[in-house]
Structure formats: structure tokens, C-alpha cells
Design a protein around this ligand. Structure first.
Ligand SMILES: *Cc1c(COP(=O)(O)O)cnc(C)c1O
Length: 300
């Protein structure tokens, strides 16, 4: 379902002080997989789509808010594979669908709007399950599942040719970083940058995703959430424009801008030893920038 799976385009980043500090910095361009669909989401769905194709289940059912990168990725991946998709959307149906939900609908996703109270309510889900005769594969919000982590581990496999010493990713549900850890070699460090405030339960999440909470090669940088999920300030937006001017790589304000801000800050703070080969995942998410006021960014 992903053409050329093992081949992720990587861009070497030229940035002041990198050479002087003896560092190499790369971005793995999962954002190039699709203009709207976040690259890491497609990987997380890989084994779930495979399961749907191999069993009689012809439908994936999943959850998300009106701006969910995961919903649109699921809609897209299902369309690509001639599967049906159902999206349970948090909140009452708005008069005007968000651009994200319009994309979902264009990819053929059936959208079911539920109140915040019913969203993820077990009895409610059982009801839908019965209504659809149980004929679907259930995908937790954000692809948060062991199968999702195994799918994300394919990213790490594809990046080993670069021989990274550090692999850095933004964290929402921690499924992507779980996948990186599954395939990291001893001596390779995975750096997680949560984009939510108070994401304190990463070990517990890793335990349910991978069966282990003890990952000695994991580092979590908790201080770069900018106030919480989808929160931003002038400094972050300024950084996004600067990063684009220097590298011509667009970042999204929810995930990848916070990741790169954190990595650049810690390069400046000499966190990385000379000789380090740092690979950052550009997980995509650029569609989220459509929510910013026009002219905020110098790109798109
Ligand atoms: C969902 C998402 C993430 C977070 O991935 P998790 O596996 O949930 O931690 C990072 N970047 C982008 C662009 C995303 O859409």
C-alpha cells in the first residue's frame, strides 16, 4: 500500500554551527508521501490494512476530532486499498465541515458525529458494532495499538542505512516512538518530543504498545509543548519561518515545528556529542497549517 516502502527520502539539513560542532542532521521526509496524509499515520495503519485485506473485514472503524490527521490518513489508506472506512467524529456535526473532514468524506469515509460524552463510550461503540454486524476492524484513536507500533517500526528499518546515532520524533500517542524503539540497535538513542502538556505516562503507553516499559535508549524532552496540544506562540511561528528560509522545508505547528525547535535548541546547548548523526522524522501534518491565519507563514 505504500509504494517503495523501504525507501524514505532524507534531506541533509544545513544549519549554522552544525559543521563546527561535528554533527550531521537529516530529516526523513515522511511528509513527501502525501500532501494531506501524515506519513507516520500511513505506517501505523500498515498491519491493520493488511489484516483487513486478509480477513473478511472490509471496513476500518476509527476515531478522531474534526482536525484529526489520523482520520484522514485512515480514509485515504482505505480508499487506496478498496476498503470502507467509518470515522467516529468527536462533537456534534458542525454547520460547516472542517477541511480535514471534507477530505475524509472525499476519500469515501462514512462520518458519524457523536457528542463528547458518547465519544469512546463503550456501550455506544458496542451499539455501532452490532449495527454494522461487527464487520470492521477497530482502530484506536491515533492508531494507538501494538499493530500500529509494529507498522511504525518499518520507519526505523528504512532509516538504518543512514546509520543514525539519534532518531527524533514528535509524540502524540507515543505509537511512532514505540515503533522506533522496537527496531533501534543498542547505542541508538530515540528522542521523543511530546506535543502535549503533562504527557507523563509514556512508560505505561510503551508497555501496552510493546510489552515493555524499560527502554534505556529513550529520552523524553518534555519542555517543548508550547503550552499544550496545538498551542503556539510568536516564537514558534517565527522559528517555522526561519527554518523554512534556511532549509526550504515546511513544518507544521502542531508536531514537527515543536520537534525541530527542540532539536535545534539542544544542538545549541551541546546535547549531542561530535560525530552524532541525528535523524528527525518529518511526520507530515502540514494540512493542519490550513487552520492558521493567511500570511502567518511565508510558505503555503
Ligand atoms: C499523529 C502525528 C504524530 C504523533 O504520532 P504518535 O504516533 O501519535 O506519537 C506526529 N506527527 C504528525 C504530523 C502526526 O500527524
Amino acid at each position: 500500500m505504500i509504494k517503495d516502502f523501504g525507501n524514505i527520502e532524507c534531506t541533509e539539513i544545513v544549519w549554522p554551527s552544525l559543521a563546527q560542532k561535528g554533527l550531521c542532521l537529516y530529516m526523513a521526509r515522511l511528509d513527501k508521501i502525501h500532501p494531506v496524509v501524515s506519513g507516520n499515520k500511513i505506517f501505523k495503519l500498515y498491519y491493520l490494512i493488511k489484516e483487513a485485506l486478509e480477513t473478511k473485514h472490509q471496513t476500518l472503524l476509527t476515531f478522531g476530532g474534526p482536525y484529526s490527521n489520523h482520520l484522514v490518513a485512515t480514509a485515504y489508506a482505505c480508499r487506496q486499498n478498496n476498503l470502507k472506512s467509518i470515522g467516529i467524529v468527536r462533537g456534534e456535526k458542525p454547520a460547516q465541515l472542517s477541511a480535514t473532514l471534507l477530505d475524509c468524506r472525499d476519500y469515501g469515509m462514512e462520518l458519524i458525529f457523536v457528542s463528547r460524552k458518547d465519544y469512546k463510550d463503550e456501550a455506544f461503540i458496542r451499539e455501532i458494532h452490532n449495527e454494522k454486524n461487527g464487520q470492521f476492524i477497530f482502530v484506536p484513536e491515533g492508531g494507538y495499538s501494538p499493530a500500529g507500533a509494529r507498522g511504525a517500526s518499518l520507519i526505523m528499518e528504512a532509516l538504518q542505512a543512514l546509520n543514525p546515532s539519534h532518531i527524533c520524533t514528535a509524540v502524540g500517542t507515543a505509537t511512532t516512538v514505540a515503533g522506533l524503539l522496537l527496531k533501534a540497535e543498542p547505542g541508538q538513542e530515540c528522542i521523543a518530543v511530546p506535543v502535549l502538556k503533562n504527557l507523563q505516562d509514556i512508560p505505561k503507553r510503551l508497555n501496552s504498545l510493546t510489552g515493555s516499559s524499560q527502554w534505556h535508549n529513550l529520552r523524553v524532552w518534555n519542555e517543548f509543548h508550547f503550552g499544550g496540544y496545538a498551542k503556539k506562540n510568536e516564537e514558534l511561528l517565527h522559528f517555522m519561518n526561519r527554518f523554512y528560509r534556511e532549509t526550504l522545508i515546511p513544518l507544521d505547528f502542531v508536531y514537527t515545528a515543536k520537534l525541530m525547535y527542540a532539536v535545534i535548541k539542544n544542538i545549541e546547548n551541546n546535547f549531542f556529542k561530535p560525530g552524532s548523526r541525528i535523524v528527525c522524522l518529518h511526520t507530515g501534518g502540514l494540512q493542519g497549517n490550513r487552520g492558521l491565519a493567511k500570511g502567518t507563514l511565508i510558505y503555503d
